[in-house]
Write a protein that binds this ligand. Structure first.
Ligand SMILES: Cc1cc2nc3c(=O)[nH]c(=O)nc-3n(C[C@H](O)[C@H](O)[C@H](O)COP(=O)(O)O)c2cc1C
Length: 208
């Protein structure tokens, strides 16, 4: 597996860098190839396609997630290149986990509604001093990453409307479409296959 940690921080040797290095070490110990790259809003993020897992992380300054990472999602082409990528998120900040989950994480998550987020974590500025939280975060990422796509396929339930729409398709297309829709639902963590999920799968994966 290849992972890249995309991050921003105003401080070259600050807590975010230290957390990233600890995450990188923990991933490498688990056999993952890891790179890190500091974000610039208007950089070209096409290289992200070469990675199986993308970890996004940044500190919070004055209630806003660091601007180059946010800028890369809002103005740059990062969001486009994250299409169908498995993602993990973390923030370093002084606020409590509940405050950060309410105020800061959504600043990133609102741009990632079509991604499967494997794990998310708020780290206090000195989190890297105690490896526990970091190792647990990495373990959660790897566990979620490795959960086989087939395992939940059967548990994704089709709504009546989605089933009806599916039945209206030409029969020679049904087998392939069912697999595609169920795998997409699994990948995105959807428990139900609705008409909206089918439309989203069609827009994301292409097709009629
Ligand atoms: C100028 C400044 C503004 C900050 N504003 C916030 C804030 O609004 N909310 C918060 O939770 N933490 C805030 N913090 C704490 C930082 O997010 C925290 O110290 C973080 O670990 C800094 O990361 P860095 O060392 O990579 O720069 C602020 C820190 C600084 C220096």
């Amino acid at each position: 597996m290849k992972a890249v940690i995309l991050y921003d921080s105003r401080t070259a040797t600050g807590s975010t860098e230290a957390v990233i290095d600890a995450i990188g070490l923990s991933l490498a110990e688990a056999g993952v190839y890891v790179e890190k790259a500091k974000c610039r809003a208007m950089a070209d993020y096409s290289f992200v396609k070469d990675f199986d897992l993308v970890i996004l992380g940044a500190p919070v300054y004055y209630f806003i997630v660091a601007s180059q990472l946010l800028g890369a999602l809002i103005q740059g082409n990062l969001k486009k290149n994250l299409k169908r990528k498995k993602i993990a998120l973390f923030l370093t900040c002084g606020s409590s986990e509940s405050t950060a989950a309410l105020l800061y994480l959504p600043q990133l998550k609102i741009h990632l509604i079509r991604n499967k987020i494997l794990a998310e974590k708020i780290f206090a500025p000195d989190a890297f001093l105690e490896g526990d939280g970091i190792d647990a975060f990495v373990e959660e990422i790897l566990y979620e990453f490795n959960r086989g796509p087939k395992s939940k396929v059967l548990s994704a339930k089709w709504t009546d409307e989605a089933q009806e729409w599916f039945q209206s398709m030409p029969s020679f297309m049904q087998g392939k479409f069912r697999t595609m829709a169920e795998e997409y639902a699994e990948e995105m963590g959807y428990k139900e296959i609705t008409l909206a999920v089918l439309e989203e799968a069609r827009d994301t994966l292409g097709g009629t």
